[in-house]
Design a protein around this ligand. Structure first.
Ligand SMILES: [Zn+2]
Length: 466
């Protein structure tokens, strides 16, 4: 499939790896895949749901299973718990003077949801049409196994020093990750950090995830009256808080649907094929309902801010009476351009809301939660080698992809390891349904992910040392 030129990057050709060496890695991974697949299935059978209402003994079991897989590859392994779920840290030295790489994945999973929505039981891995179905089959136990596969490919002859870090609560907010980084961060420091928790652009089309949006959640309160009053006696002269709130929320977008808060960062997405028909299909947009905002659809989804009202405290329709409401509250979620400082974005939102208070209504805005986006410094030798590894594995050049959502913990890594090149990869494809019912892994793509990672380690090991 042809793509426009933007988003593609010229490949490194002066690598120390020969085509023969790359072919040997492909062959070796192919030999290893049956066992990699079997080990993946064992991990999927452990229902390691990190959400509190699930049995946390299973998360401990999956940490132990991951630790054992790493020990078998010769790594020195610890299971660390810092007030949250168990994480696994393993390390194996490389040749003297070789770069070091930290490989991240997570072994916990999302709750399976309603079993009835699954065609086969969520924790019984099942193959259909080249895909392996099961909760965590992709997100992110296949990420764990891609790391193990890369280590196995180089068993006895690891080209770089490798640290593997497999978190146990990514799906539950990574609450203890800052403490883990504080206490054990020195063990995770590396020249490159591979975060295998994203995906590729399409089947057969690899991608490097170079941007993620950040986010802010805020609570807006509007008050207009000391107490609720009769709408017949006072309506027409006194404003009610709900109408004032609606006008206030309406001020957050212009007529086209662009965010109207001034001063927020905006960027532009790579020029990839993604048409309106596909967006309509994937989003379930009703016939006749227009898209909002301006710029390419991917720019709107990946590189521009968006604002959504996600909650509203007003009298329900059922309990309504002829009254002017004295107060109303709303929860607003903002997605932010990857480069945006979330605290600054909140201040801009707050200023906008205070300045647009209709009819002198009293408005207060409180920050509930914020998280940074991610904009990779996508140049430099490590990124070049990552792209070249994708090309070696897929036979086609990778694209730079954004993600409209967030992986908040990445900013913790960026802050803790400012010198490291952070490479965001993953096993997902557009049909993976991570977090949903019938989550699945495309097995042929998974093999390519494993090849790419094994080649990447070899390419880094072959870089001239300086
Ligand atoms: Zn994940």
């Amino acid at each position: 499939m042809s793509r426009a030129g933007v988003g593609r990057v010229a490949l490194v050709t002066d690598t120390a790896l020969t085509p023969d060496q790359i072919q040997q890695i492909r062959d070796r991974v192919a030999e290893l895949m049956p066992q990699v697949r079997a080990d993946l299935e064992e991990l999927v059978r452990i229902p390691s749901v990190s959400a509190t209402s699930f049995d946390q003994a299973q998360v401990a079991r999956s940490a132990e299973a991951v630790a054992e897989l790493l020990r078998r590859e010769g790594l020195e392994v610890d299971i660390v718990v810092e007030g949250g779920r168990p994480a696994v840290i393993g390390h194996l030295d490389g040749p003297e003077g070789a770069p070091t790489v930290t490989l991240y994945a997570h072994h916990d999973v999302q709750p399976p949801g309603d079993d009835a929505d699954w065609d086969t039981p969520p924790f019984e891995p099942t193959e259909r049409d080249g895909r392996l179905y099961g909760r965590g089959a992709a997100d992110d136990k296949a990420g764990v196994m891609a790391h193990v596969a890369a280590l196995r490919t180089h068993a006895g002859n690891l080209p770089v020093g490798v640290t593997v870090f497999v978190e146990g609560e990514e799906e539950f907010g990574s609450a203890s990750l800052p403490t883990i980084l504080e206490k054990h961060g020195h063990r995770l420091a590396a020249d490159a950090i591979v975060i295998a928790d994203s995906g590729n652009w399409a089947i057969g089309e690899p991608a490097l995830t170079t941007t993620l949006r950040g986010g802010v959640r805020a609570v807006v309160r509007v008050e207009t009256l000391d107490h609720s009053v009769h709408s017949g006696m006072f309506g027409g002269a006194a404003p009610d808080a709900v109408t004032a709130m609606i006008r206030l929320l309406a001020s957050l977008h212009d007529d086209e649907g662009n965010v109207a808060v001034q001063g927020l960062d905006e960027g532009t997405a790579a020029d990839l094929d993604y048409d309106e028909a596909r967006f309509r299909e994937e989003s379930g947009l009703l016939d006749g309902v227009e898209l909002i905002g301006s710029g390419s659809i991917l720019t709107r989804l990946w590189n521009k801010p968006s604002i959504t009202t996600i909650g509203l405290d007003v009298t329900s329709v059922e309990k309504a009476s002829n009254t002017l409401a004295a107060r109303a509250a709303a929860k607003v979620s903002m997605r932010l351009a990857p480069t945006q400082d979330p605290q600054a974005a909140f201040e801009l939102l707050r200023t906008h809301l205070l300045e647009h208070a209709p009819w002198g209504a009293r408005v207060t805005v409180d920050l509930e939660e914020h998280g940074s986006g991610f904009a990779a410094d996508a140049d430099g030798p490590v990124c070049d080698e990552a792209r070249a590894s994708f090309a070696d594995a897929w036979g086609t050049e990778p694209v730079d992809m954004g993600v409209g959502g967030s992986i908040p913990f990445i900013s913790d890594f960026v802050a803790r390891f400012p010198e490291a090149s952070i490479i965001v990869t993953g096993v997902e494809d557009p049909d993976t349904r991570a977090h949903g019912a019938n989550e699945s892994l495309h097995l042929a793509e998974f093999e390519k992910v494993c090849v790419a990672e094994a080649v990447f380690l070899a390419r880094l090991g072959a870089l001239p040392r300086g």
